[in-house]
Design a protein. Structure first.
Length: 317
């Protein structure tokens, strides 16, 4: 299959970090990782594009590049209080109508909202800008808490590092969890943060230490064991109630939901990378039976393990 073409639309003054999120995930060649994306940039006016960091980026392509993109990324928009260029809005709408996936990182959601691509839809942005987005675009259902929102054809992320989370999530959607994990390992990044996690974590109380990090690492290595919330709490040396409160405050989820997500992620990797029967995979990820795995898998991904394996075992969909 031809590679998936990702084009980032640069808007002066361009944020270097947001652009870097997309370029690092989609545009880097890595040893032992197959190149399945082609990454490029474009601008309304090709040539030097100023950045917030004080240097210019040389951009060769104009808006016509969006007509060839499978995914269009808007890596932030600093002039969000101004009317967008009609040519830019028209190019985004045409790309969307053609079937391209439109992705906004951080303040890029304001451009998608101006283009009408978020009308009647849930979206997110940096939590500091969420009230402004909701006020200016009342037709958008703004969720200020989550890391990212993906509707399939349109996706938005919160600020800074949440852009990496969204990009890795899109890689999982395109080519599977194992391929996304390869990219994440090369980036020294955790392979999966759920979109529903909180944008900002509560600070642990003084003297609490880094409670969750060693626990999460240990639990991820023991997904095959019949772990309960009480088991997790005992390992962490706290009560089940305290552990549940810490998970809610720092991860925006419960211990049970987090553990189930790890088991589903492990099952996805085994379905992609092995020919093991579903019953065996269920046992290896702590879901006890093929029936339980199929039910949990369908609840999480709206597909069956067999269909997922057909889509990702032999290559990209």
């Amino acid at each position: 299959m031809p590679p998936h073409r990702v084009v980032a639309l640069l808007l002066p003054p361009q944020s270097v970090f947001e652009l870097g999120c997309a370029a690092e995930v989609f545009g880097m060649s890595r040893p032992e990782v197959a190149d399945r994306y082609v990454f490029d940039t474009c601008a309304e006016a090709p040539g030097p594009v100023p950045t917030l960091a004080g240097f210019d980026i040389a951009v060769a392509a104009g808006l016509g590049a969006l007509g060839e993109a499978d995914t269009v990324v808007v890596p932030g928009w600093q002039r969000r209080s101004e009317p967008a260029s009609p040519a830019v809005l028209d190019a985004l709408r045409r790309a969307h109508r053609r079937g391209a996936r439109i992705v906004a990182i951080c303040s890029g959601a304001f451009l998608l909202a101006q283009a009408g691509l978020l009308d009647g839809r849930r979206a997110t942005t940096h939590w500091r800008m969420a009230a402004e987005l909701a006020s200016r675009f009342p037709g958008v259902e703004v969720d200020a808490d989550v890391l990212y929102v993906d509707h399939g054809d349109v996706a938005t992320s919160a600020g800074t590092a949440a852009g990496i989370d969204l990009c890795l999530h899109l890689v999982r959607s395109d080519f599977g969890a194992a391929y996304a994990a390869q990219i994440a390992r090369h980036m020294i990044m955790p392979p999966h943060r759920e979109g529903g996690q909180l944008q900002y974590a509560a600070t642990p109380p003084a003297g609490a230490g880094d409670l969750l990090a060693p626990l999460l690492e240990w639990a991820a290595e023991h997904v095959a064991d019949p772990l309960s919330v009480e088991d997790l709490a005992a390992y962490a040396g706290v009560s089940a109630r305290t552990l549940t409160r810490r998970f809610a405050g720092q991860l925006g989820t419960s211990p049970g939901q987090w553990l189930l997500a790890q088991r589903i992620a492990a099952a996805r990797a085994l379905l992609e990378e092995t020919d093991l029967p579903v019953e065996t995979i269920a046992a290896r990820v702590g879901l006890s039976s093929a029936v339980n795995l199929r039910r949990r898998f369908h609840d999480a991904l709206r597909t069956t393990p067999a269909a997922y394996r057909r889509a990702f075992r032999l290559g990209p969909r």
